[in-house]
Each structure stands twice: as structure tokens, then as C-alpha cells.
Write a protein that binds this ligand. Structure first.
Ligand SMILES: *[C@@H]1O[C@H](CO)[C@@H](O)[C@H](O)[C@H]1NC(C)=O
Ligand SMILES: *[C@@H]1O[C@H](CO)[C@@H](O)[C@H](O)[C@H]1NC(C)=O
Ligand SMILES: *[C@@H]1O[C@H](CO)[C@@H](O)[C@H](O)[C@H]1NC(C)=O
Ligand SMILES: *[C@@H]1O[C@H](CO)[C@@H](O)[C@H](O)[C@H]1NC(C)=O
Ligand SMILES: *[C@@H]1O[C@H](CO)[C@@H](O)[C@H](O)[C@H]1NC(C)=O
Ligand SMILES: *[C@@H]1O[C@H](CO)[C@@H](O)[C@H](O)[C@H]1NC(C)=O
Ligand SMILES: *[C@@H]1O[C@H](CO)[C@@H](O)[C@H](O)[C@H]1NC(C)=O
Ligand SMILES: *[C@@H]1O[C@H](CO)[C@@H](O)[C@H](O)[C@H]1NC(C)=O
Ligand SMILES: *[C@@H]1O[C@H](CO)[C@@H](O)[C@H](O)[C@H]1NC(C)=O
Ligand SMILES: *[C@@H]1O[C@H](CO)[C@@H](O)[C@H](O)[C@H]1NC(C)=O
Length: 884
């Protein structure tokens, strides 16, 4: 009896204790909710475990997980440290400022802490070292300074340690090498100095080390390869010296070796072929020497080999022909010689071959374009002899052909006009070419830059060249051309130096007049030959090409100048900006837009709407009352200033691209070194917000007919892009805006996040789009294609049908939305169980339409690209859904 009573008392006591705990927890959460103004927390409801962003432990009412990622929050975070049972804390992607609260060190249960993508400053508090259970710490993309405090040595359970893109300095502490569980260490884009710890990798199975863009010195330590588990080694852009350790070849799983922009010496380890997983090897801009070892040929997955700007000599090993996955072979700026390696040309995936600035002294082989995928062929600044073969006409995929500064002879074959895709550049300058320019050059209607200067070419500049509608840059100088220069806008706009050195040329832009004799042969006939921008598709193609070039420069600059950039953000507040250039494309809007107000808005961080890889987006309220969305490209360097006028012209062309389901720039402004693109502001936000953030307010739950019409609109926008040969690089619900009538507009057409895999150290997802939308084949091809767009669109369609995120832990480990939906029948679930039941149970008609749409989504997300329908077909199928 007594025992029973005692037991009851204990039980009651426990219950009381529990509810006291819960009350405390509730009070803390209410205070946090008020302090941070968290949208959607119903502070009146006591069941806080059901509030969004919160998960409680199963056996008590204690908060175990708090995920406030991406709510643009700011305020004082200290109170969170009172949530004693917290295991997971994700505060990433907000606007938090000031120091990281040292009280977080009190969260003794914490296993996961993500504070990345905020504006935390000052130094990292040493108190975090009390987090003995912490497995993952992410402090990346903040403004943290000072060194990594030694107290953090207490985090002995750390698996993932990420502090990249901050202003951290000092040495990388030795104790990091003592963390026995460390798998991932990413500290790139900081100001670390000194050596890489010589014990790093000695005590733990390190998988990923990324330290690019610091000021590290000393050698690459052998310890990194001791456990033989390393998969990613990224040390680009430091001051590392010494040899590439031979023991690197013990890591058979190493897929990425990126050690460019250092001061490494010696040769490539002879046994490099042992690294069977090697996919990327990038060691450009070092002082490496010796021969290019043939062992690379054994790395069957090798996709990129970049050895540019070193001291390599000898020839390219013929064994490279076995590299079926090789996409880019980049070896300019060495002392290589011999014939152009025909075996390499047989690599069936070869996309880029850059042999420029070497001593190659053979001829151009007739089967140069037997590889059908070659897009970049760069052979300039060598000692190539002989004629340009007629077979060059088979290079139908080429975007760029550089053959300048060689000893090429003979005439330019007319077949050159068959390279219909040539866009970026055709350079035949500084050779010994003679004869006339072939008329067929005029068929290259996408070409932006043509250089035939410094040869012995003669005859007229053919009138047919006026077919080159996309030309921006030409150079005919120092030849023996005669007669009048055709009246053609790109020629007239050129500097006269592009035509100088030809004794017999006359007409604009040269000052020598041709007289009236040519009036009737078609050379001088102003007006009737005026080029109108009629071929929208062509204009866009160039735009993309130019944008790619610009983005590549930006990417490079990002790597080099992150530190100065971080410093600039504070400087930007002072001083009045000087607007270098600016325009509003639509006459009707000119009055309403004030550039000073635009720049002012961009300089205020509270106006920031979103942050992307290359741009930040701001809201700008004009004095006229108009609201703009302003995209600020993160930085430009001198090269872009040089390309500025081209960029502006192409932007203007793009602004004329009319489709109801695409956003287009309405203007731009350039101040200091910042480019701002102006767009309409869409108050209804993005499709992602519409689908995933309205669930807290059931009255705003988007209904099925609205969703279907949005789905069709997005499909139409993409089908139009594909029609004009543009591949979108980041199709996702976050890149679809909704206007006041919920008409969808596909955004990010102009600043697609295209990167050259050979340049950046950006992750694959940064290249291919948003996580969850990336087509499976991208892992192999590294190229975004039209079927890839269809896949990403299919993911958006599934979001619309299921109201679920593309990636969600609820699907289970490693399962994303696509796999979850495709796996439904295997799990014995009916399609109805996949669809958003709130919609599919409303009416029989809705349900039927949703099932038909699901069928389309399944086709779009087929693993095999060839099986996916084209975007145009998708539009047709969805229209049938509405009609039936
Ligand atoms: C919470 O309660 C207060 C007063 O009790 C009320 O004014 C407020 O509207 C309620 N808030 C919500 C979201 O229900
Ligand atoms: C809840 O369960 C966990 C194990 O799942 C246990 O460690 C913890 O002590 C339990 N807490 C309470 C209050 O019962
Ligand atoms: C938190 O939520 C965001 C977006 O909802 C998600 O991307 C992220 O993975 C979540 N974090 C954790 C730790 O679950
Ligand atoms: C945040 O709040 C705590 C008390 O909860 C206070 O001690 C601290 O000074 C505040 N921090 C800032 C930066 O205001
Ligand atoms: C929490 O941490 C702060 C600073 O690290 C410390 O002063 C305080 O005593 C701690 N509070 C508790 C309840 O442990
Ligand atoms: C690393 O661990 C070793 C042996 O466990 C110890 O002697 C050494 O002092 C530690 N180094 C650091 C920097 O903590
Ligand atoms: C080569 O690397 C050095 C750093 O080692 C860097 O300063 C320089 O800009 C790089 N050059 C190129 C062309 O990337
Ligand atoms: C090559 O890549 C494929 C796909 O990622 C992978 O399955 C395969 O194991 C790799 N081969 C080697 C030798 O690592
Ligand atoms: C090419 O250059 C190499 C090295 O200078 C020389 O040995 C070879 O004879 C040259 N080949 C031709 C065809 O000139
Ligand atoms: C190149 O292609 C042609 C015909 O398409 C073929 O005759 C020739 O053998 C090929 N050359 C090589 C080296 O594959």
C-alpha cells in the first residue's frame, strides 16, 4: 500500500515535473517567437511541438530540433540556448548579425549546428568547444574574423567542420588533425596562413578537404593520404610549394584533385593511373615539369585534365585515346610539341581541346572533327604548318575555333561556312593564308567575333558577310583586301584599326571614300540593308555565349578576390556612387525609374530579398511609387568592363524577347564595378513560396485549377526557350515568379548559373541548378541539356501535385521526391496516396486531372533522358488534361 502510494506520488511528481518543463519550454519559445518575429508560430496554442520548424523528442515535450532556415530572421538568439534538449539547430540563410552567442555552448545535447549564410561577425566564441556531442558544425558564409579558437578542440565528435567563405585568419590549428571522426573539413575562401597541419588525415578517415583561396604555404602533407580514404582534395589558389606526394596514388577513391594556382614543382606521380576514380585533375598555373604521364589513360572516369601554364614538355601520350569520358583536355602554356594528338580526338566525349601557346609543330589532321561533340578547339600560338583541311567543315558543333599565330598556309576552305554553330570566335589571324575570303563565311550567322588579320588575304570583302547577323568584333587588318567595305552595321561600328593595313580598302569606318561608283553594286545602299534585330534566337544565343564568358571571369574573380569583396560591403555604405551607365529599355517606364534610388536601395541590406551564387536580389521602392526587383551581380573585373558594351547590347536584345511566361530585364545600371539588372517586382513571390509557405494559412491553399494553369504556363515558358535554343540552367519552383493574377514567369533566364567545370571549385549543384532538381545524368555528363530541363520541370510538377519539397527527410535516407513518387507502386501505395489529398478528394474531376498530370510528371522525370518528352509535347499533354 505504502509502496503503491509512494509510486503514485512519484508518478504524479514526474508528470508535474514534465509539465513544468513543458511550460518552461513554451515560455522560452514564445519569447523567441516574439524576439525573432517568426512568421506562422501560433503563440496562443500550447501544443508547441506541432508548430512548424519544431520537432520534440518522442517521450517528453522538449524541443529536439529547431529549423529556422531561410526565414530572413534577425534579432537576439541568446534565448535559444535555454532549449536544453536541443540536438539539431539550423539557423542558416537568415540575416543574423553580431557575435555568435557564446551561450550556445550550453546546449550540451547539440549534435548539429548550422549558422551558415548569415552575417555573423567578430570571432568564433571558444565556448562552442563545450559542445562535446557536436557532429556537424557549419559557420560558412558569414563575416567571421580572427583565428579558429583552440577551445574548439573540445568538439571531439566532429564529423563535419565547415567554416568556408569568412574572414578567418591565422594558422589552421594542429588539433584539427587530432579529431578522430573528422570526415569533411572545408575552410576555403578565408585568410588562413602557414602550413596545412602535418597530422591532418593521420587519425581520421578524411573524405573531403577543401582549403582553396587562402594564403597557405608549405607542402601538401603526406598525412592526407595515410588513411587512403580521401575523395576530394581542393587546394587551388594558395602558395603551396614542393612536390605532389607520390603517396597520393594510394587513395583509389580520389575523384577530385584541384591544386591549381600554387607554386608546386616536380612531375606528376608516375603511378597516377592507380587512382582509378580520378575524375577531375586540375593543376594549372604551377611550376610543374616533365612529361605528361601516360598513366592518366588508366583513369577511365577522367573527365577533365587541366595542366595549363606549367613547364610540361614532350608530346601528348597517344594512350589518352582510351579516355572515353574525357571532356576537356586543357594544356595551354607549356612546351609541348609534335602532332596534334589524333588519338585524343577519338575520345568520344571530348568537348574542349586547348593546346594553345605550346610548340605543336605538325599539321591539322583531316579527321580533326571525327569526334562529334567537340565545341572548343583552341590551337592558337603554336607552330602548326600546312593547309586548313576542307574537313574542318565537319566541325559542326564547334562554338569556338582558335588557330591564330601559327604557320598555316593555303586559302581558307569554303567548308568553313558549314560550322553553323560557331558563336564565340573564329580566329585565323597571324598566319600565312592567302586567296579570297570564302563567301560561305556569311553563313555563320551566330558568330560574334571574326579575326582574319595579319595574313595575305586578297580580293573584296564579300557582300555575303552581311549574313553574319551576330557579329560584334571583326578584324580584317594587315591583309591585301581591296574595294569597298560592305555597308553593314557591325563593320561601321568597328574601330577603323580593324580595317587598316589594307591598301585597297575604302568606305566606312575608314576615312578613305570610295566615290560614287559603287552606289549600284549593292555596297553603298544605306537603309535597305540596315540590319534589324529580327532573329531573336540568334541574338539570344550570342547573349548566352557572352554571358558565359562574363560569368567565367566573374567566377575566377570570385575565387581570387573573396577577401577584398567581404571588406567592400562595409565600405559601400560611405561615399556617393557614380553611375557609369544605365538605361531603361521601355520608354513608358523611364519616368518612373530613378537610378540613384535604385543604387541607394541596393546598398541597404534590409532590402535584400535573396542571395544567389552570382547575384543578390533587392527590393527597390522608387520615388514614383513603382517597386522594382534589382539583381546585383556580385562583382566585375576589368575584362567585363571591357565587354560592357556588348553585354549592354545583348541585354537590350533580351529585353525585347516577349513571352508571357518569362521575366525579362527592363533596364540596367552600372556603378563603380557593380552591374544592376532591373526587373518588375512580383508581390506574390515565387511558386516555391506559394506551394510550401501557404500551408500555414489553409484559406490561401492554392486550388487545383490554379496549380494546373501555373504548370502549363511554366511549361510554355520553357518550351519557348527551347524553341529559341536556350537551355535554362536552374529550373526550380524558386525561379518561377507569380504576378498578381498568378501567371507564372520563369526567371533567371539571363543569368543562368552556367559555369565551366574546368574553372571553378564550385560544387556540382552550383553548376547544375538547385538541389533536388538536378537530373541524374548530370553526374556523368556535367552538361545541362533540354531533357535535363524537362526533368527539373517534372520535379516542379511533382511539387505542384504533392505539395511536398523536392528533398525532405520524410522520404527516408537518400530518397528525394522523384524517387519517392516513382517508388510508390513498389511500396504498394496507389497514386492517390502520393497526391495532395486536400486537393484530390475535393471532386472526382480534380482527382482525374491530377492523375493525368501525374502521368506527365512521371514521364518527365524518367531516369533515361531520351525517354522524356520534349517541352512542347509536355505543353500539349497538359492542355489535353484541361480539355478532357
Ligand atoms: C492570440 O490571443 C490574443 C488574445 O488572447 C488574440 O488577440 C490574438 O489574435 C490571438 N492570436 C492568434 C494568432 O490567434
Ligand atoms: C527519452 O528517451 C531517450 C532515448 O530515446 C532517453 O535517453 C531519455 O532519457 C528519455 N527521456 C525521458 C525524459 O524519459
Ligand atoms: C531546414 O529546413 C530547410 C528548408 O526548409 C532545409 O533545406 C534544411 O535541410 C533543414 N535543415 C535540417 C537540419 O533539417
Ligand atoms: C541578448 O539577450 C541576452 C539576454 O537574453 C542579453 O544578455 C544580451 O546582451 C543580448 N544581446 C544583444 C546583442 O543584445
Ligand atoms: C550559459 O553560458 C553562459 C556563457 O557561456 C554562462 O555564463 C551561463 O552560466 C550558462 N548558463 C547555464 C544555465 O548554464
Ligand atoms: C594530438 O594528440 C596527440 C596524441 O594523442 C597529443 O600528443 C598532441 O598533443 C595532440 N595535439 C594537439 C595539438 O592537441
Ligand atoms: C596563378 O597563380 C597565382 C597564385 O599562385 C595567382 O596570383 C595568379 O593570378 C594565377 N594566374 C592565373 C592566370 O590564374
Ligand atoms: C566511374 O564513375 C561511375 C559513375 O560515377 C562509377 O559508378 C564507377 O565506379 C567509377 N569507376 C571507377 C573506376 O571509380
Ligand atoms: C617538332 O619539334 C620537335 C622538337 O623541337 C622536333 O624534334 C621535331 O622534329 C619537330 N617536328 C617537325 C615535323 O618539325
Ligand atoms: C574519321 O571519319 C571518317 C569518315 O567519317 C573515317 O573514314 C575515318 O577513318 C575516321 N578517322 C579516324 C581516325 O577515326
Amino acid at each position: 500500500m505504502v509502496i503503491l502510494r509512494l509510486f503514485t506520488a512519484l508518478l504524479v511528481g514526474l508528470l508535474l515535473l514534465k509539465s513544468a518543463e513543458a511550460l518552461h519550454e513554451q515560455a522560452i519559445l514564445e519569447a523567441i517567437g516574439k524576439e525573432l518575429a517568426i512568421p506562422g508560430w501560433d503563440l496562443n496554442s500550447t501544443d508547441f511541438c506541432s508548430w512548424h520548424s519544431i520537432s520534440c523528442s518522442s517521450n517528453s515535450s522538449m524541443v529536439e530540433r529547431l529549423n529556422l532556415s531561410g526565414f530572413r530572421l534577425q534579432g537576439n538568439l541568446t534565448l535559444i540556448s535555454e532549449l536544453k534538449a536541443l540536438k539539431w539547430l539550423d539557423l542558416s540563410n537568415n540575416n543574423f548579425q553580431g557575435s555568435i552567442p557564446s551561450a550556445f555552448g550550453n546546449l550540451s545535447e547539440l549534435q548539429f549546428l548550422d549558422l551558415s549564410f548569415n552575417m555573423f561577425g567578430n570571432s568564433i566564441p571558444g565556448e562552442l568547444g563545450k559542445l562535446k556531442n557536436l557532429k556537424a558544425l557549419n559557420l560558412s558564409n558569414n563575416l567571421l574574423a580572427g583565428s579558429i579558437p583552440d577551445e574548439l578542440e573540445g568538439m571531439e565528435n566532429l564529423h563535419y567542420f565547415q567554416v568556408f567563405t569568412n574572414k578567418l585568419s591565422g594558422f589552421i590549428p594542429m588539433w584539427i588533425g587530432n579529431l578522430t571522426n573528422l570526415r569533411v573539413f572545408a575552410a576555403y575562401e578565408n585568410e588562413f596562413i602557414g602550413d596545412i597541419p602535418v597530422n591532418l588525415g593521420l587519425h581520421s578517415e578524411l573524405l573531403l578537404l577543401n582549403l582553396h583561396s587562402n594564403k597557405l604555404e608549405g607542402t601538401i602533407p603526406e598525412s592526407l593520404f595515410a588513411m587512403e580514404k580521401l575523395e576530394f582534395l581542393i587546394l587551388t589558389n594558395n602558395k603551396l610549394t614542393g612536390l605532389i606526394p607520390d603517396s597520393i596514388v594510394n587513395c583509389k577513391g580520389l575523384s577530385n584533385i584541384r591544386i591549381g594556382n600554387n607554386k608546386l614543382i616536380g612531375g606528376i606521380p608516375k603511378a597516377i593511373g592507380n587512382i582509378s576514380s580520378l575524375t577531375y585533375f586540375e593543376a594549372d598555373n604551377n611550376t610543374l615539369s616533365g612529361e605528361i604521364v601516360s598513366g592518366f589513360a588508366k583513369c577511365s572516369n577522367l573527365t577533365l585534365l587541366n595542366l595549363a601554364s606549367n613547364g610540361f614538355s614532350g608530346t601528348i601520350p597517344p594512350e589518352f585515346g582510351e579516355l572515353n569520358n574525357l571532356q576537356e583536355l586543357i594544356v595551354p602554356g607549356n612546351n609541348l610539341y609534335g602532332e596534334i594528338p589524333t588519338s585524343v580526338l577519338r575520345c568520344k566525349n571530348l568537348n574542349k581541346l586547348d593546346l594553345s601557346n605550346n610548340k605543336f609543330n605538325g599539321t591539322i589532321p583531316g579527321d580533326i572533327c571525327n569526334t562529334t561533340k567537340l565545341q572548343f578547339l583552341l590551337l592558337g600560338q603554336n607552330s602548326l604548318r600546312g593547309d586548313i583541311p576542307r574537313e574542318i567543315g565537319y566541325c559542326v558543333k564547334l562554338l569556338e575555333l582558335q588557330m591564330g599565330s601559327n604557320y598555316l598556309t593555303g586559302s581558307i576552305p569554303p567548308e568553313i561556312g558549314h560550322m553553323k554553330n560557331l558563336q564565340i570566335s573564329l580566329n585565323l589571324s597571324h598566319n600565312h593564308l592567302h586567296g579570297q575570303l570564302p563567301k560561305d563565311l556569311g553563313k555563320l550567322d551566330k558568330l560574334v567575333s571574326l579575326d582574319v588579320s595579319n595574313n595575305q588575304l586578297s580580293g573584296n570583302i564579300p557582300l555575303e558577310l552581311k549574313g553574319m547577323l551576330s557579329l560584334i568584333e571583326v578584324n580584317f587588318s594587315n591583309n591585301q583586301f581591296t574595294g569597298p567595305i560592305p555597308v553593314f552595321a557591325p563593320f561601321e561600328k568597328s574601330l577603323n584599326s580593324s580595317f587598316l593595313g589594307n591598301k585597297g580598302l575604302c568606305g566606312e569606318p575608314l576615312s578613305s571614300d570610295c566615290g560614287y561608283g559603287f552606289e549600284h553594286n549593292g555596297y553603298h545602299h544605306r537603309g535597305s540593308y540596315r540590319i534589324i534585330l529580327a532573329v531573336v534566337g540568334t541574338g539570344l544565343a550570342i547573349f548566352i555565349a557572352v554571358t558565359v564568358v562574363v560569368l567565367l571571369y566573374m567566377m575566377r574573380e570570385k575565387q581570387e578576390k573573396t577577401t577584398t569583396e567581404a571588406g567592400n560591403t562595409t565600405d559601400e555604405i560611405c561615399g556617393k556612387p557614380v553611375i557609369i551607365a544605365g538605361n531603361v529599355f521601355d520608354e513608358n517606364l523611364k519616368q518612373a525609374i530613378d537610378f540613384d534610388a535604385v543604387v541607394k536601395a541596393v546598398r541597404k541590406d534590409t532590402n535584400k530579398i535573396s542571395t544567389g551564387t552570382f547575384s543578390n536580389v533587392y527590393r527597390a521602392d522608387m520615388p514614383s511609387g513603382m517597386i522594382l526587383s534589382v539583381k546585383s551581380l556580385k562583382s566585375m573585373d576589368k575584362t567585363i568592363i571591357h565587354h560592357q558594351s556588348k553585354m549592354i547590347r545583348e541585354l537590350e536584345k533580351l529585353s525585347k524577347l516577349c513571352h508571357d511566361n518569362l521575366t525579362r530585364p527592363i533596364g540596367f545600371a552600372i556603378y563603380e564595378e557593380v552591374v544592376l539588372l532591373l526587373h518588375h517586382y512580383y508581390p506574390n513571390g515565387t511558386l516555391a513560396q506559394f506551394l510550401h509557405e501557404s500551408s500555414q494559412k489553409p484559406e490561401y491553399e492554392p486550388d487545383w485549377p490554379t496549380r494546373l494553369s501555373i504548370a502549363i504556363g511554366v511549361a510554355e515558358g520553357l518550351a519557348f526557350l527551347h524553341h529559341v535554343a536556350i537551355i535554362h540552367l536552374d529550373v526550380s519552383s524558386g525561379n518561377v515568379f507569380l504576378d498578381s493574377k498568378f501567371t507564372p514567369l520563369v526567371a533567371e533566364v539571363e543569368i543562368s548559373r552556367l559555369l565551366d567545370p574546368s574553372r571553378g571549385t564550385a560544387s556540382i549543384s552550383a553548376v547544375a541548378g538547385s538541389f533536388g532538381y538536378i537530373p541524374p545524368e548530370y553526374a556523368y555528363t556535367m552538361q545541362v541539356t533540354a531533357p535535363g530541363n524537362v526533368y527539373s520541370y517534372g520535379v516542379v510538377l511533382l511539387e505542384i501535385l504533392t505539395t511536398r519539397l523536392p528533398v525532405d527527410e520524410a522520404f527516408g535516407e537518400g530518397v528525394d521526391l522523384v524517387r519517392w513518387v516513382h517508388g510508390a507502386s513498389a511500396r504498394g501505395e496507389t497514386p492517390e496516396q502520393i497526391l495532395d489529398a486536400k486537393l484530390s478528394t475535393v471532386s472526382f474531376a480534380w482527382r482525374k486531372e491530377m492523375l493525368a498530370t501525374l502521368k506527365v510528371a512521371l514521364m518527365c522525370t524518367d531516369t533515361i533522358p531520351a525517354k522524356r518528352p520534349r517541352m512542347k509535347k509536355v505543353v500539349e499533354m497538359l492542355q489535353e488534361v484541361t480539355q478532357s
